[in-house]
Write a protein that binds this ligand. Structure first.
Ligand code: SF4
Length: 323
């Protein structure tokens, strides 16, 4: 199949646009859309410091690559931030990839672990949650803690913006999850960019918001970006994972479906109260929709579970020696 722009061999079909593109024209189409999204939505201003959230996966590495490639053109300084959840067999490998690429592209990388911030790893938290009947899913806790860590580190670094690699698929999945859970404030709040709605919340921007995951992965591949083929062991508990599979199946027959979900989301969002109001958490002072933020609530809840497991374990040992 030939490229729709030149005589070169096509490497990708952009089904929703009805074109095939060769490596060169796909990469320039992709980079143009990245830059246009940033410029049209005024995601960054010249002279700003932008913290780029990286996980070591292909999407976030592609974003870090693009931000470093265009930092001069955009007039911004960038720094990479990685939240280490403490997921054995998964996080170490991805973090190694993030460290290697940050070094290659000469970007400072700041790593902050859940253990440093909360006193326990996600693995420890999940084993305590499981013993308690898994009332909260690993991804729910992980997402709350990760957002907190990224924001906190971005604040400490004096970042003006926090850029994340959410793509069109992520946003379509998030919209469907919020719709299923009737979470209207989140539908209203989660767009391609957020304002400074609290002094301690670094505004977020999502330069890949309008780009399908398949194209982000193709761009990463063509740019020579590799990521270890390891999957988080907790993904099986994730509703998002199920929705992702379902949406991909639907998109095989109907390539424009994800774009229409995003269009629906964007047209519904203004109908709801814009983002609701934030106050400061009574415990940590960070932004919160209630008196105590979700991070502090989960932190206390999990610390209590871990403490009760510890004392049950000590009691069992004492009984063992008393026998
Ligand atoms: Fe965290 Fe869930 Fe992602 Fe694993 S799959 S890293 S638990 S959000």
């Amino acid at each position: 199949m030939k490229c729709s722009v030149c005589d070169g061999r096509a490497v990708i079909k952009i089904a929703y646009a009805g074109v095939h593109l060769c490596e060169k024209h796909f990469s320039s189409y992709f980079e143009q859309r990245f830059l246009e999204t940033i410029r049209l939505l005024r995601m960054v201003e010249r002279g700003e410091r932008v913290a780029v959230a990286v996980s070591g996966g292909k999407d976030s590495l592609a974003l870090l690559y693009l931000m470093s490639k265009y930092s001069d053109a955009l007039g911004v300084e960038i720094v990479a931030v990685l939240a280490d959840e403490g997921i054995r067999g998964y996080r170490e490998e991805k973090a190694r990839a993030a460290e290697a690429y940050a070094k290659k592209w000469s970007v400072e990388l700041v790593v902050r672990s859940f253990r440093e911030e909360f006193g326990f790893t996600l693995d420890e938290a999940v084993s305590a949650l499981m013993a308690d009947g898994l009332k909260y899913k690993p991804c729910t806790v992980c997402g709350v803690f990760r957002r907190y860590v990224l924001n906190r580190v971005a604040l400490e670094l004096g970042a003006d913006k926090l850029a994340t690699a959410h793509n069109l698929d992520d946003e379509a999945q998030a919209f469907l999850m919020n719709a299923i859970q009737a979470n209207l404030p989140s539908i209203a709040r989660e767009g391609p960019r957020s304002g400074r709605i609290h002094e301690k919340l670094v505004p977020r921007v999502k330069p890949l918001y309008f780009i399908p995951e398949k194209e982000v992965l193709a761009y990463a591949l063509l740019s020579g970006i590799e990521s270890p083929q390891v999957e988080c062991p907790y993904i099986v508990y994730s509703l998002r994972h199920q929705l992702r599979r379902w949406l991909n199946e639907v998109a095989e027959q109907d390539p424009g479906v994800k774009h229409r979900v995003i269009a629906l989301k964007n047209s519904l969002a203004p109908l709801f109260e814009r983002g609701g109001s934030f106050r400061s958490c009574r415990a940590c002072g960070m932004p919160s929709s209630g008196e105590v933020c979700k991070t502090c609530w989960f932190k206390q809840y999990i610390a209590r579970l871990l403490a009760s497991r510890q004392s049950a374990c000590c009691a069992a040992r004492v009984n063992h020696f008393n026998v």
